[in-house]
Design a protein around this ligand. Structure first.
Ligand code: FMN
Length: 184
């Protein structure tokens, strides 16, 4: 996945950010992860870039947001991942990931992570009208079969504001920490 050495001994977390309304709060997860001694790099879908403060993320993590494939011969921009948190995860990316699409860099990393055995957690953020589509439950079932760790949060009511204040970003770390520190 990467030939860039990790300069510290800390485990390296990829935070994959999708284009959900809550994405601008990603700093909460970055800060929580850093406080728990992770190094962090952010991978964003192209659509998610519009929700993010790229300069703030680079300052917080020490790495630019990674969103597009590099050119052949360019160095890999991030150290290899020890774990991946997909947060917030959209309906769109969840369904494409489960179905095996890799038409964004984020999806390519997620599809490959399964074969590499990288512990991966997903924090979906969507409303219940989108979640009612039959493809969504099938996608979650497929991700569970792939050993992806799925948050306990339920979809919010459409047009309810989404309960962004209650979104438990730290659940990604609660799910991943045992998977990374325990027997692999
Ligand atoms: C302001 C705004 C907020 C959105 N919030 C969500 C959301 O919370 N969950 C979701 O699944 N899609 C949401 N969408 C729709 C996604 O952005 C859209 O499906 C997009 O194609 C997802 O791309 P990605 O999965 O590659 O990030 C939102 C779109 C906009 C414009």
């Amino acid at each position: 996945m990467s030939d860039q050495p990790n300069p510290s001994k800390k485990p390296f977390l990829y935070v994959v950010v999708c284009a959900a309304g809550i994405a601008g709060d990603i700093g909460k997860l970055i800060t929580a992860a850093q406080e728990q001694q992770w190094d962090v790099g952010v991978v964003a879908t192209p659509q998610a870039l519009g929700f993010l403060d790229a300069q703030e993320i680079e300052t917080r993590t020490g790495y630019p947001i990674h969103s597009a494939w590099r050119s052949p011969g360019d160095p890999r921009p991030l150290p290899p991942a020890d774990a991946i948190a997909v947060a917030p995860a959209t309906f769109n990316t969840i369904n494409k990931w489960a179905a095996g699409f890799a038409d964004t860099l984020a999806l390519g990393i997620l599809c490959e992570a399964h074969g590499l055995g990288i512990p991966t957690a997903v924090l979906p953020y969507l409303n219940s009208a989108m979640a009612a589509h039959p493809a969504y439950r099938q996608s979650l079932d497929r991700l569970r079969e792939m050993s992806v760790l799925i948050s306990s949060s339920e979809p919010h009511r459409p047009k309810s504001g989404g309960g962004a204040d209650q979104f438990r970003w730290e659940e990604a770390l609660e799910l991943l920490t045992p998977a990374v520190s325990g027997p692999r």
